[in-house]
Each structure stands twice: as structure tokens, then as C-alpha cells.
Design a protein around this ligand. Structure first.
Ligand code: ADP
Ligand code: ASP
Ligand code: MG
Length: 460
């Protein structure tokens, strides 16, 4: 039996008709069985703007954004010369977008639930167009397979945490068995949406920004895929973000553990949760460029051949440092329990943490501060200080906590940059520290030179 391959294409790979046809050609060559696509690039941001504008400004202002979104999709539809059936589907989605935006405008209320319904339209529109592109590529190549549009909400059951819903793994597996088992016959290519899901009550949810990677991984787990492919605008996972450091180079192979750290600590190329399902089912993940499918790309696997001390580095911007201090922590117990209970009650995830005898500091995404009750609740147990405009810089590799001299090399490279907090020891794969956000790119550039570029020169 042929391999079951799940492929995901991101927003830039859906950018216009040419991008869609190129991505469909990649899928055809790879033999993808199930393809999850993102919204066309920029559309999710436009839909968010539509929600906010409908809520707070005049209807003509909202209508301008509506028209912009429609025009962009109509242009792709015309360039692809799509079928009448697909045109009808697209116009039904335009009507839904109009009604939702009008509802938000009349109520002057864009709840997270309403925003999820609006944002889901991005992936629902792009998948209609991509299915047409896929059909054309199959026909062009004389394939007997058929491309079928599938509403991912049929199988991607989630909880009701709108805006960042959690997939319900066992429900998804059962629904995939019920609705997608036919994929095994190798006659069909299912084209579906990334990013979106549905609650038990039938409400549309989203998995959080950049969540299409995660959707594809959940679907790969659900159908027991042999391979998960993430097709994007760069030729694989690089030693750091090529936008920060042009000398970043693609990594051939990286372990699940290292890649998970990299994604969690800011490498946008993978949504942080993407590797969880792949790890659970030991599904190898390929990351490649839909613009240059011949480039080697990166394989992410459980076991890899080499284990360099520093494989890659990442930066996670928009961080705040929250420091809680209380003399009551002196020789006392239970304080950290109270702190974590409050974070847990607010469903807030902490990235890095350090403690002293009477204080504890944690890093959080700055969006967390929008929740005023969190700080109010923390203030009931300690004095709270918040520092903003910070970034977490991470070095990812192997045996990091057992290598003498590593700290020296790191701090020599960035000797004139103030380091606000350091985290080392919890993971042998990660060393991270906090700097002012405006110094973070410089820190990455210097560390990349010291650990990756100079290392490569020595080996040459
Ligand atoms: P997509 O729309 O395909 O999901 P994203 O913009 O979410 O694409 O992710 C791809 C981007 O991730 C790249 O253009 C690159 O700037 C950024 N990126 C950050 N860190 C890395 C890294 N280590 N390797 C490759 N790309 C990275
Ligand atoms: N379209 C969504 C976003 O822009 C999800 C994704 O592209 O992964 O965040
Ligand atoms: Mg992405």
C-alpha cells in the first residue's frame, strides 16, 4: 500500500493562483493523500481587522475590508478559471462573511467566538480555490485521482477555548476513522482547511495564530499517516530565522526534542504544538519550500545521526518579565504553589522562570497582560513588578547543561548586551536568556557568528 502523506501549505504558498498551482504540483509529485491549507497570505490579518472595524467603526469602513478580501479571492478564482460549483461555494462564504460582520457591527461586539467564526473563512475560502488548483494539476498530469474538498470541522473536534482551542485527540481519531478511512484506497486527494475546528456543540473554533501546522499534525495522527510535510516559504528549518540573519543555513536533520524547543522558543516556521502529535505517533516530519521543492529541506525525527552542541537559535519577542516579591517567602513553603495556582486559573503558560529566596520572576507573552485580573490576583499574594519590551533568546542543541565553557562563549559574544535573566539546567537542549527586545537581533547575529559560522569555517 502507498504511503499516507499529510501535507500542509502555509499562507505564502497560497498567495495567488500561481502559488496555488505550484503547491498543487508539489502535492502531486509527493503523492499527498490529505492536504491542509492556510488562508491566503494576509487574509487572517484582514479578517481580524474586519472584526475589529465592524465592532468599533462605521459600516462603510468595514465594507472596505470586506471588498478587499472578496476581490483578492475573486482575482485568484478568475486567474484559475474555477468551475461554477466552486464559484457558488465561494459566494456562499462571501455571504457568510458579510452576515457575520454585519452581526458584529449591529451588536458592537466582536467576541472571541465571533472572531473565530470570521477567521475560519480565510481557510474555508482558500481551500475551495486550492481544490480547484489540485483538480487542474491532476488533470494536466493525466492522473485518475480526484481532488475533494473536505470540511475539516467534520473531524477536528476541539474544546471551546475560542481563539486557542485544544484538539480532542481521541475524538479526532474516531472521527477520522469514520470519515477518512477511504483515503487508504489511494484514489482520492482530500483538500481541507488548517487552523479551524469545531466544538461538540457545533461552534467553529481556531487553534491559535499559525495553527495550520498543528492542524496538519493532528490530522496526520488521526489518519495514522506515514509522513507529515510542512511546505512553507523557506527551504526547511534553518540555524536561525533567515530574516534576522541572512547567513542562516538549512538544517538537514533535527530531533523532535530540539525542534520542539526551537518552535516553542520562537522559530515561527513551526507552530509550537506541531510536533506533539508527531512525537506521540512517531511520524517523521519534513519541512520544505513550496517555492523550491527540489531544495533538500529538513527532516525532523525521533533519532538523528549527529548531536551538535548548538544546532540552532531562536528569538521569542514581545515578552514581559513579571517579578513577584514577598518577605513571606523567607523560609516559607507554599508560595510557589499559590503563584502557579493563579497562573493555572487564568490558563496562562509560563516560558522561563527564576527564583530567589523572596522573589520569583517569570516570562510571559505580553498579550497576557491584557488580562487585568491576572495581575490583580497576583497582587493579592505578592508585590508585582512588570518589565516590558523584552525578548527571550534561546540556543538549542545537545548536552547543553553538561558542557564546560559554553557560558563563557555565549557571554563573550554578547558582552556589551545586558542580560536580564538566564535559564539553564532544566533542559539539556536549551539555554535561554532575556534581553531588551531591540537588542535581540544583534544578540542572535553575534551568537550565530560565534557558534554556527565560525564552527563551519573551522570544519572546512
Ligand atoms: P507559513 O505561512 O508557511 O506557515 P510562516 O511565516 O508561519 O510560514 O513560517 C515561515 C517563516 O518562519 C520563515 O519565512 C522565516 O522567516 C521564519 N522562521 C523563523 N525561524 C526560522 C528558522 N529557524 N528556520 C526557518 N524559518 C524560520
Ligand atoms: N491563517 C492562520 C494564521 O494566519 C493560520 C496559519 O496560517 O497557520 O494565523
Ligand atoms: Mg506558519
Amino acid at each position: 500500500m502507498a504511503q499516507l502523506i499529510v501535507s500542509k501549505f502555509g499562507g505564502t504558498s497560497m498567495g495567488d493562483a500561481a502559488c496555488m498551482l505550484r503547491s498543487a504540483e508539489v502535492s502531486f509529485k509527493q503523492g499527498s493523500s490529505l492536504i491542509a491549507v492556510s488562508a491566503t497570505s494576509g487574509t487572517t490579518n484582514d479578517l481580524i481587522a474586519l472584526g475589529k472595524t465592524s465592532e468599533s467603526q462605521s459600516w462603510p469602513e468595514a465594507e472596505k475590508i470586506l471588498c478587499k478580501i472578496q476581490d483578492k479571492h475573486i482575482k485568484i478564482a478568475n486567474d484559475l478559471t474555477i468551475s461554477q460549483g466552486a464559484k457558488d461555494k465561494l459566494h456562499t462564504l462571501f455571504d457568510e462573511m458579510n452576515s457575520l460582520a454585519k452581526g458584529v457591527h449591529l451588536l458592537k461586539d466582536c467576541s472571541v467566538k465571533a472572531m473565530d467564526a470570521l477567521m475560519s473563512l480565510g481557510e474555508r475560502m482558500s481551500s475551495v480555490l486550492f481544490t480547484e488548483a489540485m483538480s487542474q494539476i491532476l488533470k494536466k498530469n493525466g492522473s485518475s485521482k480526484t481532488a475533494e474538498l473536505f470540511d475539516v470541522r467534520t473531524v477536528l473536534r476541539t474544546d471551546d477555548n475560542f481563539g486557542k482551542a485544544k484538539p480532542l485527540t481521541s475524538e479526532v481519531a474516531a472521527l477520522c476513522r469514520e470519515h477518512l478511512s477511504f483515503l487508504k484506497d489511494g484514489k482520492h486527494i482530500v483538500c481541507t482547511q488548517g487552523y479551524i475546528g469545531m466544538t461538540d456543540e457545533g461552534m467553529t473554533t481556531t487553534l491559535g495564530r499559525g495553527g495550520s501546522d498543528y492542524s496538519a499534525a493532528i490530522l496526520a495522527e488521526g489518519i495514522n499517516a506515514d509522513v507529515l510535510e510542512i511546505w512553507t516559504d523557506v527551504a526547511g528549518i534553518a540555524t536561525t530565522d533567515p530574516r534576522i540573519c541572512p547567513k542562516a543555513k538549512p538544517i538537514k536533520e533535527i530531533s523532535f526534542k530540539e525542534a520542539s524547543e526551537l518552535a516553542t522558543f520562537g522559530a515561527k516556521v513551526l507552530h509550537p504544538a506541531t510536533l506533539l502529535p508527531a512525537i506521540r505517533k512517531n511520524i517523521p516530519v519534513f519541512v520544505g519550500s513550496s517555492f523550491d521543492a527540489e531544495a533538500k529541506g529538513t527532516w525532523v525525527r525521533k533519532d538523528v545521526d549527529d548531536h551538535p552542541l548548538i544546532r540552532a537559535m531562536a528569538v521569542r519577542k514581545k515578552q514581559v518579565l513579571v517579578t513577584l516579591s514577598t518577605p513571606e517567602m523567607l523560609h516559607a513553603h507554599g508560595f510557589l504553589f499559590q503563584v502557579f495556582r493563579i497562573f493555572n486559573d487564568h490558563k496562562v503558560s509560563i516560558d522561563a522562570i527564576t527564583t530567589s529566596e523572596i522573589s520569583v520572576s517569570v516570562t510571559l507573552d505580553d498579550s497576557t497582560l491584557l488580562n487585568k485580573r491576572l495581575i490583580a490576583d497576583l497582587s493579592t499574594i505578592a508585590e508585582v513588578a512588570v518589565e516590558e519590551n523584552l525578548a527571550l533568546v534561546s540556543l538549542i542543541g545537545n548536552n547543553i547543561n553538561h558542557t564546560p565553557g559554553l557560558g563563557k562563549q555565549i557571554f563573550e559574544a554578547i558582552s556589551d548586551i545586558n542580560v536580564r535573566m538566564i535559564c539553564l539546567g532544566a533542559s539539556k537542549h536549551n539555554f535561554c536568556f532575556l534581553v531588551k527586545e531591540d537588542a535581540s537581533s544583534e544578540a542572535i547575529t553575534r551568537l550565530h557568528r560565534s557558534f554556527i559560522e565560525e564552527n563551519a569555517e573551522e570544519m572546512a
